[in-house]
Design a protein around this ligand. Structure first.
Ligand SMILES: C[S@@+](CC[C@H](N)C(=O)[O-])C[C@H]1O[C@@H](n2cnc3c(N)ncnc32)[C@H](O)[C@@H]1O
Length: 322
């Protein structure tokens, strides 16, 4: 697979985002996109196989069952762009269905180079599919993909696995609207959304018995140590998932066991953390099926079809750009 690589400003931006997130008043935060270095991407693959984390399996069941129907609903020859493809494992079903009717270009857009490499290993055996990966942020990558569009070709964008849940609800609409602006009327977006479910089931999914999710969360501090020269003592932090009922989301936090000062040389900052204070690292918003129709409309799409997994409430939504 050819890969267009990311800019050299990445370390500077990482340091700046860390400095801003850990020094602004009130709740300390780190952007979840930094989970995904080589270690983080590998840990995410393990999480997706854990018995407690039914989300990926629900997404895959829906794609396995409905890919033919999804593809039948797409007009014209399409090129496929996937935002945050990860290993691309579930995408196989859609690409195989498309391969029945056309030769297809598949463009995974990823900030993680190792995820792009996994994606190529996973999907390159499918006949009639050419893969060109973009090591880019979602919208930068999609803009480049759109520039490859051939006359008469439609774009079919995939945003699977409920990664949309990492955005606050208003920001999710804003992000989808930005995606819409890059697309043309009649292009489509397949959006995965995790649905509301009982608190106990949700907490188990984000607090697995083996501690893989905790390791995934702590790896963010380990990455700051590795890449920014910081001195986080990982043993002094505990992974604490929380349910925020009002915002209808699961939040991942890292809680400090004691008062401590962490030095982050590349970000030119010393961070004071008090006992039991938390660093908020990720949100996973949960949706109601009917809410997705409104979200789609607000972003300039029409929700053409929705498929729901009953075993692990999860929805696959086919949105058409208006
Ligand atoms: C939660 S994982 C989901 C992976 C896959 N779509 C799935 O459903 O299993 C999110 C993926 O998006 C990528 N990612 C996160 N933030 C990104 C960004 N701003 N731009 C591009 N890729 C991003 C990560 O590297 C990761 O592989």
């Amino acid at each position: 697979m050819l890969v267009h690589a990311i800019s050299t400003n990445a370390v500077y931006e990482f340091a700046e985002d860390v400095r801003v997130g850990l020094t602004h008043p009130g709740q300390k935060e780190l952007p979840s996109k930094y989970f995904y270095d080589d270690v983080g991407s590998a840990l995410f693959e393990v999480i997706s196989r854990l018995p407690e984390y039914g989300l990926t399996r629900a997404d895959e069941r829906l794609l396995r069952r409905h890919s033919d129907e999804i593809v039948d609903r797409l007009a014209g020859p399409v090129a496929v762009a996937e935002l945050g493809s990860g290993s691309g494992k579930k995408t196989r079903w859609l690409l195989q269905a498309l391969a029945q009717r056309q030769r297809t270009f598949y463009y995974p857009v990823e900030i993680s180079r190792s995820a792009l490499a996994m994606c190529e290993r996973e999907l390159s055996d499918i006949d009639s599919i050419s893969i060109l990966g973009f090591e880019r942020e979602y919208l930068d990558g999609l803009l480049e993909v759109a520039a490859y569009r051939k006359r008469g070709q439609r774009l079919f964008v995939l945003f699977l696995g409920s990664t949309i849940g990492n955005f606050d609800r208003a920001a999710a609409v804003g992000f989808l609207a930005q995606v819409r602006r890059i697309l043309e009327p009649g292009d489509s977006l397949l959006l995965g959304t995790d649905l509301e479910k009982p608190s106990a089931q949700l907490l188990r999914a984000y607090d697995d018995e083996l501690g893989v999710t905790a390791a995934f969360n702590l790896n963010l501090l380990a990455r700051i140590n590795r890449e920014l020269g910081a001195n986080f003592d990982l043993g002094q932090f505990v992974d604490v998932p929380k349910i925020n009922h009002e915002a209808r989301r699961v939040e991942m936090h890292l809680q400090s066991r004691r008062r401590q000062t962490v030095t982050i040389p590349a970000a030119e900052v010393d961070v004071e953390i008090v006992e039991e204070e938390t660093i908020w690292t990720e949100s996973s918003h949960k949706y109601l099926p009917e809410e997705i129709f409104r979200t789609a409309l607000d972003a300039g799409f029409r929700c053409e079809a929705q498929w729901i997994d009953q075993q692990w409430p999860f929805a696959e939504n086919l949105l058409i750009a208006e």
